[in-house]
Design a binder for this molecule. Structure first.
Ligand code: UT7
Length: 308
């Protein structure tokens, strides 16, 4: 169905935490982190709240879309690090932005949150409940990371990405497929107010296999092949996962967008940050066929194929 990304924006905190900084905090090295993950540095929100980051990314997306806050009918915010227990961070964002005519709520699907959110936004629009949705992926993972656990603390970062989507325009969701498997929840989780726990090696293999499956399936449902893809915008978890996925799909890395070296894994924020940055750089252009895919806690995973 017709879904156009009218505007995109992202925000990352200015505080940079490099691999060399981490060398002074835990028993690790820039060499290990770079070769195993592709990450060189990440951003940390030392002074900003989750809502501050979401607001900055959203204002940029609204400006890019040339849309006023009162033209937003719904706010869908994907996060695993909400600002409060309740109400939803989306409601706190609503009042900051002045989207007074919108209904607002959060969704929790970890690193797949943005793609799940897009599925929800599409449903809201196609049901006629909303014409225009502000979809935000935002995380303050630095608060959920055990800074003494080298196996996880080197991976994550903070940031926000936002898009304005509507049924008006030339864009399309060509096909999409969302999956989850609660049987595997212990591979990646955090206790309430606790730290991130991850079985990294297991997750690595599952991530490559599961994302490949859904990517192949969405292409087949749309009647397209990898040759039709202009750009892949995957969740930024590990550059080796992206390389393995690209190889399995038979697609060159030049078509796979990655900014993991700068921001690390920002969970629900990672795809919208990558989308907005690719758009600003001219890598993502109107009319492009774009494949997005993610996997994360739940486990949840999915793929969405769009005409941008
Ligand atoms: O966003 C959700 C999706 N997330 C993912 O998909 C993440 C998937 N997993 C991964 O990206 C990788 O598994 C990691 C980057 C987390 C780990 O890489 P790995 O190549 O799977 O390493 P490993 O866990 O098998 O550990 C290898 C070695 C171990 O030492 P021994 O047992 O071989 O002596 C670890 O203790 O590396 C050690 N190690 C470290 N060494 C230096 C683990 N973390 C570090 C570290 N610095 N930060």
């Amino acid at each position: 169905m017709g879904i156009t990304f009218e505007g995109l924006g992202f925000y990352v905190p200015s505080d940079v935490l490099t691999n060399f900084d981490l060398e002074r905090m835990v028993d690790t090295s820039d060499e290990w982190i770079t070769t195993r993950t592709g990450i060189k540095e990440r951003r940390i929100a030392r002074t900003e709240s989750l809502i501050d980051m979401a607001e900055k990314a959203s204002r940029r997306a609204l400006e890019d879309a040339k849309v006023e806050p009162d033209q937003i009918d719904a706010i869908v915010l994907a996060t695993i690090t909400p600002h409060l227990g309740f109400p939803a961070s989306a409601c706190l964002l609503q009042t900051r932005l002045g989207c007074k005519d919108a209904f607002a709520f959060d969704i929790s699907a970890a690193c797949s949150g943005f793609l799940y959110g897009l599925e929800v936004a599409r449903g809201i629009i196609s049901s006629g409940s909303a014409k225009r949705v502000l979809l935000v992926g935002v995380e303050k993972l630095s608060e959920m990371v055990n800074w003494q656990d080298r196996s996880t603390c080197v991976l994550f970062g903070d940031g926000a990405g936002a898009v304005v989507v509507s049924s008006e325009g030339e864009g399309e969701i060509l096909s999409s497929l969302m999956r989850s498997d609660g049987e595997t929840w212990e591979i990646l989780y955090a206790e309430r107010c606790g730290y991130i726990n991850m079985k990294g090696r297991e997750l690595f293999k599952l991530a490559v296999r599961s994302m490949e499956e859904v990517c192949q399936e969405v292409l087949s449902r749309a009647g397209l092949t990898v040759n039709d893809i202009d750009l892949v915008i995957p969740h930024q978890a590990n550059i080796r996962i992206l390389e393995a996925l690209a190889e399995k799909l038979g697609i060159g890395m030049e078509k796979v967008y990655s900014n993991i070296h700068k921001y690390g894994n920002t969970s629900a924020a990672s795809i919208p940050i990558a989308m907005a940055e690719a758009y600003q750089e001219g890598r993502l252009r109107r009319g492009n066929v774009v494949l997005m895919t993610a996997m994360g806690g739940g486990l949840t995973w999915g793929a969405t194929l769009i005409k941008f």
